[in-house]
Design a binder for this molecule. Structure first.
Ligand SMILES: Nc1ncnc2c1ncn2[C@@H]1O[C@H](COP(=O)(O)OP(=O)(O)O)[C@@H](O)[C@H]1O
Ligand code: SF4
Ligand SMILES: [Mg+2]
Length: 322
């Protein structure tokens, strides 16, 4: 089966006065219809820039190489108009601060209506019914009043929910959600993740969910990619990664996560140290100065991402020695 979306050797660089920032390096993965892929990693590991690059939304000092194939078309080769056409129709994106991407001078209801009438060809009546359903399902109270308001009359969390509603209304083939619920409270968060699940189920949409919360990954994703220093360090089925993490960084992330079977008094272990400076990445493993099982080889030679089983990859010298 052809993947619906794949990245091939994606590199993202930023030119700065202090030198080049290697934000994303040699990133490759593919995604099938109906699949949900989680992308996890600490802040600054290149998660957001990967997808901003894919959508042609990098800052002016950024550049991209590689391929980003969506339904067979390389998004990196398309101009802004062609990309806009795909966005909001077959591909929807929700960003952490996506509230800002609502049109300020247009009533929220009209913006939602436009998605359905223009992109999806629904009648005004059918569109209105669908909007009410989705707004209620993401717990927006006083829907009628809300629809006739402008974005600035909404709180940040409420705007975020509207953006999520808009993405869900599109019923996209691919939904890319970058920390979509981070700013929202836990109950609303759970509700929205349920809606993502329903979207996957009903429309067979593929979902990329970027998050630093492994709990969210466990609840929704089929597969997960762990990023560190702009690279993939491990990839696998969610169940496998949780049961048998391979990479020392993945193990560290899992140790930071509260578990149900854990004594409440047990302290969670944060990974000591800081993420690497992407301007001065070391020649060897980027995790070396935080790794408990580091060897001399790790400091000079970068570990290659190797396949350990179908769909299971990791980049660590210790695994090769094992
Ligand atoms: N315009 C820019 N110029 C220089 N560096 C940038 C720019 N935008 C992002 N970066 C750097 O790219 C790296 C990856 O960022 P990002 O993808 O946002 O991380 P994440 O989403 O994983 O937290 C960060 O180190 C960030 O500082
Ligand atoms: S390559 Fe070495 S430093 Fe890097 S994660 Fe593996 S053991 Fe640790
Ligand atoms: Mg980010």
């Amino acid at each position: 089966m052809n993947p619906i979306f794949s990245l091939e050797n994606l590199n993202v660089r930023f030119a700065t006065k202090e030198g080049e920032v290697a934000a994303v390096s040699d990133l490759s993965f593919s995604l099938q219809r109906g699949e949900c892929l989680g992308i996890v990693g600490e802040s600054g590991s290149g998660k957001s820039q990967t997808f901003l690059a894919t959508m042609g939304l990098l800052a002016a000092n950024g550049s991209t190489t590689g391929r980003a194939l969506f339904q067979g078309q390389d998004l990196l080769k398309l101009d802004r108009d062609a990309l806009n056409k795909i966005r909001g129709d077959r591909l929807a994106m929700i960003f952490q601060d996506s509230g800002t991407s609502l049109t300020p001078h247009m009533k929220v209801g009209d913006q939602l209506m436009e998605v359905l009438t223009t992109h999806k060809g629904l009648s005004v009546e059918a569109a209105r019914k669908r909007i009410l359903e989705v707004m209620e399902s993401i717990r927006i109270p006083e829907v009628d009043k809300r629809l006739s308001q402008y974005p600035h009359e909404f709180s940040g969390g409420m705007r975020q929910r509207v953006m999520i509603a808009m993405a869900l209304l599109c019923e996209p083939d691919l939904l890319i959600a970058d920390e979509p619920t981070t700013a929202l409270d836990v109950t609303v968060q759970a509700q929205i993740l349920q809606l993502f699940k329903a979207l996957k189920h009903h429309t067979n949409s593929a979902i990329v969910l970027i998050t630093h919360d492994l709990g969210v990954v466990a609840g929704l994703c089929d597969r997960v990619i762990v990023m560190y220093g702009g690279r993939v360090v491990e990839e696998g089925a969610v169940a496998d990664i949780f049961a048998r993490p391979k990479h020392p960084y993945t193990k560290g992330l899992l140790n930071c996560m509260p578990r149900l079977d854990q004594d409440l008094d047990t302290e969670l272990q944060a990974i000591p140290g800081q993420p690497p400076n992407l301007q001065k990445l070391p020649p060897g493993c980027a995790f070396a100065d935080r790794c408990a099982v580091v060897t001399d080889r790790c400091k000079t030679e970068r570990p290659v991402l190797r396949d350990y089983a179908p769909g299971e990859r990791a980049a660590c010298h210790a695994l090769e020695a094992a």
